[in-house]
Design a protein around this ligand. Sequence first.
Ligand SMILES: Nc1ncnc2c1ncn2[C@@H]1O[C@H](COP(=O)(O)OP(=O)(O)OP(=O)(O)O)[C@@H](O)[C@H]1O
Length: 245
Amino acid sequence: MDKPVLRVREVTKQIGRKQIIYPLDLTVYQGQVLALCGGNGAGKSTLLRMIAGILQPTGGSIEVRGVSWKHNRRTYAEQIGYMPDDYLFGQGLSAEETLAFWGALRKVSKDRVRETLRIVGLEDVKGSAVSSFSKGMRQRLLFAQALLTKPPLIIMDEPTNGLDPYWLESFMALVRSARQEGHAVIFSTHQLTIAEVVADHVVFMKEGRIMEEGTVDSFNHKYGSHGLQGAFQRLFGLHAGEKQD
Ligand SMILES: Nc1ncnc2c1ncn2[C@@H]1O[C@H](COP(=O)(O)OP(=O)(O)OP(=O)(O)O)[C@@H](O)[C@H]1O
């Protein structure tokens, strides 16, 4: 696990007069799962959108497998799969049509489209209109979209929002198998228990800065058995065990 897939160096983001991200460094290695935690407005989505190439940093550099978006957008885009926190799906399209559309844009075979629908458990409803889907089903379709090309880097913004306990478990299993296959994964979450179970490295952000980071073990060592809760409590002033969002 020592080959860097994502390198973020001194990245900043300013929108208007507001500094949203202060100079920030981050590395995610092949086969590593990194969880971005923090309260509302910490800058997690902004950082993930910059890594996904949707927002441009004001300063600093972002490279995926040595390629920067600035210098080679197409190759950069081929290295990543991005699951946004929300998405307005085209009205009337079925799950399969939606995924096939994304697949066609990225030259993915129809077999892979079907395989991905199966992986995220939407095979039985592939002909149903996405507009009839629950939040959890839409999340799974967005997740499928991010997995389609088996990209080296998978970026997910709040991927577990709206998932029921069954799909939470499945999601964690999928992330573990992505890690085993050598993908690098970075995702944001408000659910510390998810980070605790699935992440190799946890980063806490607050007001556009990284406040603390390390392995779950290192947090447990520092804060006791509920390490991430303890860190959250110290950073955000909540009592351990309280709802974080
Ligand atoms: N386009 C924008 N214009 C002005 N401010 C913005 C813009 N986008 C984000 N912000 C501000 O940047 C800060 C970080 O927002 P961001 O959505 O990245 O946080 P977050 O950690 O993902 O929050 P949440 O957990 O609530 O999703 C917030 O204060 C937000 O209001």
